[in-house]
Design a binder for this molecule. Structure first.
Ligand code: N01
Length: 530
């Protein structure tokens, strides 16, 4: 099968790909979306693990491009669970009649720029070749599962699951001994649910993690109606806020207020729940002493919640709070009070081996019937690098990024004409509310395509100088931020051998949007258009 040709090909039918398709279609360009899964939804299609839920409030974790869509969709919970978010993505696909331009079950394996023809040639795992003038990678930031290199992993005889590739049929752990490896967001959400089913649950923890309570609840219809009555105002406030989420950030320093006032601020945010905890003071991610006041508050909460002091101690993180992505949970700490849950602290030495029916760590065999890898993703770069992408002159992206990702605005790359990445490395993306970040990138790209068409232009490419300057800027703003100081997936530390580079742009959503708009307004400064 071969020979199809489009103006634009979009890779991925998650929230980014769906909206990109909608915008490109409205420009009157021909467009095709290629999606590896059998349905829309991206992250929310794949991550079906027990307890999967978004930790940005549902009224904000949603599209805003269509006021009608915003008004007609009713979220049921403060934080939407995965099935509801997937239904929302499916509703969007149907409402805007998007499915007819999507090839499902089609994984892109290669994308090669043809210098002579000035277009991209994509290859798929179905043996197709598809040509397009512009290629948009809407492949997601957290979509390439990270399978840990644990000796013997393949020899495990029982069922093995990765949270990011969860089966579509129900998984029942009743009566089983289960191992969960990892204690990131996915693990922290799934552990309480799995513990309620399993005969015994072993949690293998390499690094203790911070989590704050979600206090999830059914969405109050009065609140929902109030937001809907003035949705644009909430969206406008969110756009002005550093993470692109509407919540109050206290502009005081944690160190300038009295200790009792500080405690009151943390207690109020703890009681309210969720990520706004980190907005308690402006310097929590800038000043280690300020950060330690928040960390101490959470550490005390762990000691309160966990009955066994030795287990509480092992669960207590020693590093900077918020350095790794803060988790949001429902009943995580208390789960370790259950008689059927055992914490296995592997901070001193890695898991020695996985055998047919056990996980061996700290010199002990832990017999298990099922294995859950909650070991995260090869973030931001993994999905792109798993595709053989070659730009002008046959240059491979893998070579260009050998020392770490390099991109202009996280949107485009020197040497890769007419290729756009939605929420690529160097964009705020994962440090913000993904939905508005996605919409902003899609709008920027669609506006750029419209501009090119109106101006009779066929080719756009970031200059090496503009890319270098942006990469340097991304590094400069990251350096003083405590988030760049620990072994997180933000710096690629979770994947052995990955270059250590702080990948997302940490200058905040408003600053980024302003810069991206200014660049477009200046006739796409830093790009060569021909
Ligand atoms: O993955 P992670 P995740 N041996 O990388 C451990 C978003 N998200 O899927 O910290 C043993 O955070 C690893 O240990 P360490 C969110 O942005 C959002 O949980 O590297 N352990 C860590 O504990 C999030 O940050 C939501 O020492 C190994 C864990 O596995 C991102 O996705 C929900 C290991 C991986 O944690 C990724 O979250 C879920 C090994 N060889 C996800 N390798 C919500 O919106 C890794 N680990 C709520």
């Amino acid at each position: 099968m071969s020979g199809r040709e489009f103006d634009v090909v979009v890779v991925g039918a998650g929230f980014a790909g769906l909206y990109m398709l909608h915008r490109v279609r409205a420009l009157g360009l021909s467009v095709r979306v290629l999606e590896a899964g059998d349905g829309v939804g991206g992250t929310w299609y794949w991550n079906r693990y027990p307890g999967a839920r978004c930790d940005v409030e549902s009224m904000q974790y949603s599209y805003q491009f269509s006021p009608e869509l915003q008004q007609e969709w009713d979220w049921t919970e403060r934080y939407a669970a995965q099935p509801e978010i997937l239904r929302y993505a499916e509703h969007v696909a149907d409402r805007f009649d998007l499915r007819r331009d999507i090839d499902f079950g089609t994984r892109v394996t290669a994308a090669v720029f043809d210098d002579g023809a000035g277009r991209w040639m994509l290859e798929t795992d179905r043996g197709e070749r598809i040509a397009a003038t512009w290629c948009v990678m809407a492949t997601g930031c957290l979509s390439a599962p990270n399978d840990p290199p644990i000796p013997g992993l393949e020899s495990f005889a029982g069922p093995r699951y990765h949270t990011g590739r969860w089966p579509h049929e129900p998984v029942d752990f009743t009566g089983l001994r289960v191992a969960v490896i990892g204690t990131g967001s996915s693990a922290i959400q799934s552990i309480p649910v799995i513990a309620r089913q399993a005969a015994h649950l072993y949690v293998f923890q390499r690094t203790a993690n911070y989590t704050v309570p979600a206090h999830n609840r059914p969405l109050d219809p009065a609140y929902r109606d109030a937001v809907k009555a003035d949705y644009p105002a909430m969206r406008a406030r969110a756009r002005q806020n550093f993470p692109g989420i509407d919540y109050r950030i206290n502009l005081q320093s944690a160190l300038e207020v009295a200790a009792d006032e500080r405690e009151r601020e943390y207690a109020a945010r703890w009681a309210d729940g969720g990520l706004p905890f980190m907005g308690a003071f402006r310097d929590l991610l800038l000043d280690p002493a300020a950060n330690d006041t928040a960390a101490a508050f959470v550490r005390a909460k762990i000691r309160e919640a966990v009955a066994d002091p030795a287990v509480a101690d092992a669960l207590t993180p020693r590093n900077v709070i918020g350095c790794k992505r803060l988790c949001v949970d429902t009943g995580y700490w208390a789960t370790f009070n259950r008689p059927n849950v055992t914490l296995v602290d592997i901070s001193g030495a890695p898991i020695e081996a996985i055998t047919a029916d056990a996980v061996r760590a700290n010199g002990r065999e832990h017999p298990v019937d099922a294995l859950v890898l909650a070991t995260g993703f090869d973030a931001m770069t993994g999905t792109l690098l798993r595709i053989d992408i070659r730009g002008a002159g046959g240059r491979r992206l893998r070579d260009k990024w050998a020392e770490g990702p390099r991109a202009y605005l996280g949107l485009a790359m020197a040497g890769f004409p007419n290729l756009f990445t939605i929420t690529g490395p160097g964009s705020p993306s994962v440090l913000t509310n993904m939905l508005p970040s996605i919409e902003q990138h899609v709008d920027w790209i669609a506006d750029c395509l419209a501009y090119m068409r109106a101006s009779g232009l066929a080719r756009i490419e970031a200059t090496a100088a503009a890319e270098d300057a942006w990469v340097a800027h991304v590094g400069e703003v990251a350096a003083p931020n405590l988030r760049s100081t620990c072994s997180s997936w933000y710096v690629g530390a979770n994947v052995p051998g990955k270059p250590r580079v702080f990948m997302p742009y940490i200058g905040g959503f408003p600053a980024y949007v302003e810069k991206a708009a200014a660049i477009a307004g200046a006739g796409y400064a830093g790009f060569v258009l021909t």
